[in-house]
Design a binder for this molecule. Structure first.
Ligand code: 0WD
Ligand code: CA
Length: 418
């Protein structure tokens, strides 16, 4: 193991709100950690951080055997569901994919395929699944669920992987029966609302198999950071020449003021989840507690922030974007500065109502992340080798120590420039 660098961590985030935490005394965290505290939710966002419209790069499908193929085989078309549909239908036939660690493998294969097709090496600041970015951006308003990320930095790119420990994984797999049913309602709604052909009649779209997914990869930019995000897309609606992506959700019927507030809170997650991938419409199926569909309501993603503005429990999307930008800048600064070897793995821990903390993992932590698999840190070895070889062939244009993708962007072929 290499000795940790004896440097004081840089905690400045540009906003002057970061705080230095003393190194912990327990032996599992031998390195100093830095933290970034929450933004104020009562003040308006101090600045407007731009988010670029996501542009599609590639899409892929996972088939029933969970094999990835570069096709739209798993793409579904939206069909209006039958009124009063039973969301418990087919529960016994649900093929439930076991919970897995938040590995980036599928997304990395798609990025590698895009590089091959475009014969270029894109300058990317962050690579992440969409669900991870949603968690990061909505953290200022999250008061219940914490999360942890593994982070690596190579050739100017930060890789974010959600860290799910073995015990947490087991917990997720052992969902209580009541929760399993609630979870299933969402999938059943997807089946009642989709078909493999655009002109299919309304009805059950086939038994639920959570291994099958259609995913899309987009490039976008938050502040100065170019980001490549991959995420699952539920279905598309054929509108003239273009297929428009649609996100499907279920939610309990709104019976009163409290329910309305709860729903408006949920809209924050719905909004960012779709916004990040450029999904323009969210269709919500409202249901009874025991799973009968009552009404279906479409929402235009971009109109959601305006809908909640001025409400008692309103959220402000700008606070999230500002926080997200500060988060990414803070991670980059500290990781670039503190990385001992390119194989270093960092951990970010988010504590609701407190903030985030960043730590360099030591040997035991790194071994837990690799979990005995063929990986360098959490990146698959085949991918690692690929980026190492492209580093050599691009040695003149990509400076891996610069810590910024901006330096490399001028030499990139068009098409990958955002
Ligand atoms: O298994 C896991 N723990 C994870 C899997 C963690 C993170 C990602 N992934 C996989 C996803 O299964 C998918 O293949 O990464 C890919 C992209 O996911 P994403 O789009 O970034 O995930 P997210 O935005 O969190 O969720 C999108 C949908 C969910 O729809 P709803 O409407 O519930 O938000 O992906 C599905 C789910 O339908 N999904 C999952 N399905 C089964 N098991 C899981 C899961 N753990 N996580 C998301
Ligand atoms: Ca969904």
């Amino acid at each position: 193991m290499m000795a940790p660098r004896k440097r004081t961590a840089d905690t400045s985030d540009g906003g002057g709100r970061a705080a230095l935490k003393q190194p912990r005394t327990d032996t599992s965290h031998l390195h100093p950690s830095v933290s970034l505290v929450y933004p104020s939710l009562t003040q308006p966002s101090p600045r407007t951080v731009p988010f670029q419209r996501p542009l599609p790069l590639i899409s892929f499908s996972y088939n029933q055997g969970r094999e990835l193929e570069f096709s739209d085989a798993a793409m579904r078309y939206y069909i209006d569901p039958p009124p009063g549909a039973d969301l418990g239908y087919g529960y016994d036939r649900w093929v439930r994919r076991p919970e897995e660690k938040g590995r980036l493998d599928g997304l990395l294969r798609a990025i590698s395929e895009t590089r091959r097709r475009e014969a270029s090496d894109p300058a990317i600041g962050v690579i992440s699944w969409r669900g991870t970015m949603t968690k990061i951006l909505t953290a200022p308003y999250e008061d219940r669920d914490g999360w942890e990320l593994n982070i690596m930095h190579k050739n100017g790119t930060l890789y974010f992987e959600e860290f799910i420990s073995d015990s947490r994984l087991k917990e997720k797999d052992d969902t209580a029966p009541h929760q399993r049913v609630q979870m299933y309602y969402g999938y059943a709604f997807e089946s009642w609302c989709t078909a493999s052909q655009p002109d299919a009649p309304s009805g059950w779209g086939g038994d639920v198999d959570t291994s099958v997914q259609w995913c899309r990869v987009v490039k976008t930019k938050l502040g100065d950071t170019r980001i490549v995000i991959g995420g699952e897309v539920d279905c598309v609606k054929n509108s003239g020449e273009k297929d428009l992506m649609v996100e499907l959700k279920t939610s309990l019927n709104i019976r009163g003021y409290r329910d309305e507030e709860r729903f408006e809170k949920k809209l924050l997650k719905f909004y960012f989840q779709s916004f990040l991938l450029g999904v323009p419409e969210i269709i919500v199926g409202f249901r009874t507690p025991n799973g009968q569909l009552t009404t279906v309501q479409p929402f235009k993603t971009l109109e959601i922030p305006r809908m909640v503005r001025g409400k008692p429990n309103a959220w402000d999307a700008q606070i999230c974007l500002d926080w997200g930008d500060r988060f990414l800048t803070w991670v980059r600064k500290n990781v670039v500065w503190g990385t001992v070897t390119p194989e270093s793995v960092w951990r970010v821990k988010f504590t609701p109502r407190v903030g985030v903390e960043l730590t360099l993992l030591h040997d035991t932590g790194r071994m837990e992340v690799a979990a005995g698999e063929d990986r360098v840190g959490f990146l698959p070895t085949w991918y690692w080798e690929e980026i190492c070889s492209s580093e050599h062939s691009n040695a003149s244009s990509l400076d891996p120590t610069a810590g910024s993708v901006a330096a490399a962007s001028n030499s990139l072929p068009r098409g990958w420039q955002i």
